[in-house]
Design a protein around this ligand. Sequence first.
Ligand code: FES
Length: 106
Amino acid sequence: MPEVTYILGDGAPVTLEVPSDSTLLAAPLGLAIRMKYGCKLARCGKCVVSVLEGAHALSPPGPDEVRKLGPRLEQGMRLACQARARGPCVLRQEWVRMHGERRGGP
Ligand code: FES
């Protein structure tokens, strides 16, 4: 299973082994990471993440993701509800936080 590192809102990395058949969003749900998302259908754009490393290791974007992100794909953005990891990568979603953490920070 590929290792995916999620950078939390405070900059702390959390690395998970993500099954290659799971999306970048589905894998951490129910674990220690809570990510922002909405529709899970490539419509709302709330799950967008910046791919900091390993963009080549992600599944190619499908038509719905291309339609939603447009030029942001070329800027390293992906929809976590659509992309799947085939190899190691590092992602950042600005307010990815651990369960139980309060929004806003200190
Ligand atoms: S959750 Fe809505 S686009 Fe991903």
